[in-house]
Write a protein that binds this ligand. Structure first.
Ligand SMILES: [Zn+2]
Length: 248
């Protein structure tokens, strides 16, 4: 019988039962179990893990566990520089694109507002989220840890916050999105690119007060929506600025 000792750090403890949080504990391991297999069996989605040390040496998800191994499991670091150590994934995704699960519509709209290509449909099921993540290299966003354990999902993000604005701030900080944001370039409803449109072209669709007070408009060629810098825009601009994004 192989048994190994585990210690999880920082927010990874949220996934553990109380008695196993922030302490070392020893558990029996399945035959030929890998680090990934055991970490997930203990309740922590592998997508949340940034660094694994076995007996003090960094290793990947495929490391086979041996009797007496001591395994330390870390989330994405905020305070420490782990670059000299081997991370569990070779490279981060270069262009951040997302697929949100069916419960994260508010967050999906905010990510689109910030210019991040985000697929969302309120009828999307978990296998489809996983397939889109794998096939299109999208980061899967969910509050369902079982979804992140699906085979094929290498990039995923477990969302802790409950409200869309807080979820947005959480992702922005965790994935360091501020530098790559392109505010107000995608339609919030369709995820399609927005383009500048002449006022004359959209004037018939505009409420009279908007027609009188705005000169610049954007439109979406998919839903034909027309957008201008009104109160909704100002609220979103404030949200972006709170995350360090200059939003015009
Ligand atoms: Zn649209």
């Amino acid at each position: 019988m192989v048994s190994a000792t585990f210690r999880f750090y920082e927010e990874l403890n949220d996934f553990l039962p109380r008695a196993r949080r922030k302490v070392e504990f020893t558990v029996p391991c399945a035959r030929a179990a890998t680090t990934k297999h055991m970490i997930e069996a203990l309740g922590v989605p592998h997508t949340e893990v940034e660094l694994i040390l076995v007996n003090g040496e960094s290793c990947g998800f495929e490391r086979m566990l041996c009797d007496g191994d001591r395994v330390a499991v870390y989330p994405k670091f905020e305070a420490f520089d782990v670059r000299p150590l081997l991370r569990v994934r070779a490279e981060p995704l270069r262009v951040m694109r997302f697929v949100a699960d069916a419960h994260l519509g508010g967050l999906a709209r905010l990510l689109r507002m910030a210019g991040f290509d985000t697929l969302y449909d309120n009828r999307i099921d978990d296998p489809t989220v996983a397939a889109l993540s794998e096939d299109e290299g999208r980061v899967a966003l969910t509050r369902d840890r079982d979804l992140l354990k699906r085979r094929g999902i290498t990039h995923g993000c477990y969302i802790r916050a409950l409200k869309p604005a807080a979820q947005f701030a959480e992702i922005f900080q965790r994935l360091d999105l501020a530098a790559s944001a392109r505010p107000f370039t995608l339609c919030l409803a369709c995820n399609a690119p927005l383009r500048t449109v002449a006022k004359a072209e959209v004037a018939p669709q505009l409420p009279p007060a908007v027609r009188a007070s705005h000169e610049e408009f954007l439109t979406c060629d998919v839903c034909q929506g027309v957008f201008w810098r009104g109160s909704h825009w100002r609220r979103m601009k404030a949200l972006l600025e709170s995350q360090g994004v200059a939003a015009g």
